[in-house]
Write a protein that binds this ligand. Structure first.
Ligand code: SF4
Ligand code: SF4
Length: 290
């Protein structure tokens, strides 16, 4: 079983539209994983049935039993994160502020505080319209630790692929270069970069390539919206060449990316044969490199 991870240095490059289209092309042969858990939107294109779900916990959070609290205020006095406030004749935790350090738990004179598992999100195993399955997740509002949730989504996608005898796991990775994208990259056989020739796009692509090089993962790149700035596109292509990243093709700006997404369709299902043929060719090239 092999794993392809699709990433972009920044959002808005068309990464998710392309990944969903590759998922459509891979069909029943592969499992798709949406690891862009901070802004998950591949479910809009692949129609998951959300058949199985599980809560995801990471770290700890303080909890005050108001029946035991004597309102002494010791906990609020030592909390460095302003996560405890007086509320009537007891104290209570502001969950979004609690960092789970446990200091309050140790100072409470009446053992009114316990440290409980922190619910940060939910992950799902769904049947999708390609006839195969997708593992995806939703991070709770204000929740952190998305890198751990990404690792969980990948782990479950691989386990499902093995269980069902699938050849491939296709991962829609997180944008940026932080913990979630590092988590997306671990164990990948090939990274597909989706870039765009804007100033920020070039800057972010350079950063993400530096990251990939540290992991020594083979990579290739698609430049989307290539015609919006041909000079920058040339600069990007030269940079890819200098850094041994295979440039597999350009896609000109096409508003049908957005129109297809608005209709909940992948590019392969949308009525733009020229664009669909282009995506098919890119997918064939990716499989050849893999
Ligand atoms: S666990 Fe730490 S951050 Fe959370 S309320 Fe207690 S002292 Fe504050
Ligand atoms: S330290 Fe314990 S008893 Fe005192 S206010 Fe905090 S929770 Fe209540």
């Amino acid at each position: 079983m092999k794993e392809i991870v699709v990433i972009s240095g920044k959002g808005g490059t068309g990464k998710t539209s392309l990944t969903a289209s590759f998922s459509f092309l891979g069909g029943d042969k592969m499992i798709t994983a949406d690891c862009d858990v901070d802004a998950a939107d591949m479910h809009l294109l692949l129609e998951p049935d959300f058949a199985e779900s599980e809560d995801f916990y990471s770290g700890k959070m303080a909890f005050i039993d108001k029946n035991q609290c004597t309102n002494c205020g010791s906990c609020a006095a030592i909390c460095r994160f302003d996560a405890i406030i007086e509320d009537g004749n007891v104290h209570r935790i502001i969950e979004l502020n609690c960092e789970g350090c446990g200091y309050c738990y140790h100072v409470c004179p009446v053992d009114a505080i316990s440290m409980i598992d922190n619910l940060v999100g939910k992950w799902y195993k769904s049947k999708i319209k390609t006839g195969s399955f997708m593992v995806h997740a939703k991070l709770g509002i204000g929740a952190e630790n998305s890198g751990k949730l990404v690792a969980k989504v990948k782990q479950e996608a691989k386990a499902l692929a093995e269980q069902l005898g699938k050849e491939l796991v296709l991962v829609d990775g997180s944008p940026g270069i932080g913990c979630p994208v590092i988590s997306s990259l671990s164990g990948a056989n090939l990274v597909v970069l989706v870039a765009e020739p804007s100033i920020s796009g070039i800057h972010d692509l350079k950063r993400v390539i530096q990251l990939i090089q540290k992991f020594q993962i083979p990579s290739c790149c698609i430049i989307n919206k290539a015609d919006i700035n041909e000079k920058n596109t040339l600069e990007l292509m030269e940079f890819l060449n200098r850094n041994s990243v295979k440039h597999i093709g350009n896609i000109d700006y096409n508003e049908n990316f957005t129109k297809a997404m608005t209709e909940g369709k992948t590019i392969m299902e949308y009525s733009d044969k020229g664009l669909a043929d282009k995506v098919q060719t890119l997918w064939n090239d990716i499989l050849k490199i893999l």
